[in-house]
Design a protein around this ligand. Structure first.
Ligand SMILES: C[S@@+](CC[C@H](N)C(=O)[O-])C[C@H]1O[C@@H](n2cnc3c(N)ncnc32)[C@H](O)[C@@H]1O
Length: 428
């Protein structure tokens, strides 16, 4: 790719484009960038390049003659190529990554003409310019900044300029999306941690997280781009659906807290239970479908100080019971085994209110469970869930619980007693 920039300020442009990545590519001969002084092509003794506008008005207009002579010299030296003469102008089409792609794909010689003052004589544009490009809907003093932007963005698409094609195909605007957030060392900076998923070494999970972040960022920062997305990929559509679901959740704007449940909380807890029962029923999960847990179960828990409520500000957003009693049904585990020789507590009867489901509240619940287990002086937490209760299984796995085998729980006749058993051993 050869780029000639016609300018009254070649030193300024050279200083920028012959530095760093593009500068190194030019040195290696992967791209050729020339800055040509328009003033060298005047046919008057004073080397005058501009004059007063016909009809009056402020400022001066660049004359057609030096521009045309300069352009002719450049075209002659370049010879026959797939060429495009571009005038950088606030009246041109706004520049985008798509334009950069097109220029790189369709041409191997770009001539970028930089205006100054009030602009250039219209007849030069009519006679010599193939295309006008604008950097955006604002006015610059000269075309140099715009020309540098075009040259830089086109050159980085030329093979060999960047280390790998993936360096630019994964970046913002390549496929209509913004890039995912990036982090580097240290892991914790001023109390802000790098997202956990990026530290686990699971490449597939990282890719999925990044793609989802691209959708989220584009939706939040550039709704105009987001609206134009036409996704055909099944995975992408699934990620987008997940995002939409998350967006419909209640944002956690109030402080979160956890405290032991009280008798007065029971109506609110039972409302959450009924809601959870209905949701499980809707998803055909035969768990909590025989009337369990009843108010008397929760009262029993709270009287023992083992039921806890989660608060979003003053509102009860969820609850859980963490029991220190041995669970009879857990003794007969099949298809696996529990960790032996550890005293354990059991996470029973946990739910969050519908409006908080699937979001940070569930993660908060899991954190509170761990904190409470440590308060009890126990490092082993066991729990169980129905095989069709996928959201609970995901939540457990995401929070470090391991599937240990299968157990049976007591349920009323006609309901499924089979449950999957999970366990987490807390670090010392
Ligand atoms: C002050 S401007 C002239 C603006 C012109 N009088 C107008 O109103 O359309 C001087 C030069 O800066 C360059 N320029 C200004 N704004 C630009 C933009 N948004 N994109 C690209 N080039 C721009 C053009 O080369 C232009 O000739």
């Amino acid at each position: 790719m050869r780029i000639d920039i016609l300018t009254l300020f070649p030193d300024t442009v050279n200083a920028v484009l012959h530095e760093s990545i593009i500068g190194r590519a030019a040195k290696k001969g992967i791209v050729e960038i020339n800055c040509v002084q328009i003033r060298d092509y005047t046919d008057n003794k004073q080397n005058q390049v501009d004059d007063y506008p016909y009809g009056g008005g402020y400022g001066c207009v660049m004359m057609a003659q030096p521009l045309k002579a300069c352009l002719d010299a450049v075209l002659e030296s370049a010879g026959e190529r797939r060429r495009r003469v571009i005038y950088l102008s606030p009246q041109g089409q706004p520049y985008t990554q798509e334009t950069a792609k097109r220029l790189k794909r369709d041409y191997d010689h770009l001539v970028l003409v930089c205006g100054h003052y009030e602009g250039v004589d219209e007849r030069f544009i009519e006679a010599c310019v193939d295309e006008e490009i604008s950097l955006g809907d604002f006015v610059l003093t000269g075309g140099e900044i715009a020309a540098m932007a075009v040259a830089d963005s086109v050159c980085r698409l030329v093979p060999g300029v960047l280390a790998d094609e993936a360096c630019y195909t994964g970046e913002s605007h390549w496929d209509g999306l913004l890039e995912y957030p990036q982090y580097t060392r240290p892991e914790l900076w001023e109390g802000r941690a790098v997202p956990e998923v990026l530290l686990q070494g699971d490449h597939e999970k990282v890719e999925r997280w990044r793609r989802k972040q691209q959708f989220k960022r584009t939706r939040d920062k550039r709704p105009d781009l987001f609206e134009k997305l036409a996704l055909t990929d099944k995975e992408d559509r699934a990620l987008l659906a997940e995002l939409e679901k998350e967006a419909s959740r209640t944002p956690l704007t109030e402080p979160l807290a956890c405290r032991p449940a009280e008798e007065a909380d029971l109506p609110a807890l039972m409302a959450i239970v009924r809601d959870a029962q209905a949701s499980l029923k809707k998803h055909r999960v035969d768990q909590w479908q025989d009337g369990y847990p009843r108010e008397e179960n929760l009262r029993f828990d709270l009287e023992r100080g083992e039921c806890f409520v989660l608060l979003h500000g003053q509102e009860i957003a969820g609850f859980f019971t963490l029991s220190t009693r041995e669970e009879a049904g857990y003794a007969a585990i099949t298809d696996g085994k529990w960790t032996e020789g550890m005293a354990y507590c059991v996470l029973h009867r946990a739910a969050v209110a519908q409006k908080y489901r699937g979001g940070e509240m569930a993660a908060f619940l899991m954190k509170c469970v761990e904190r409470q287990a440590r308060e009890y002086g126990l490092r082993c937490i066991r729990t169980d869930t129905h095989k069709k209760n996928k959201p609970m299984q995901s939540l457990l796995r995401e929070n470090g619980y391991r599937y240990r085998g299968n157990i049976l729980v007591k349920v009323n006749e006609g309901h499924d007693p089979a449950r999957q058993a999970y366990e987490k051993i807390l670090k010392k």
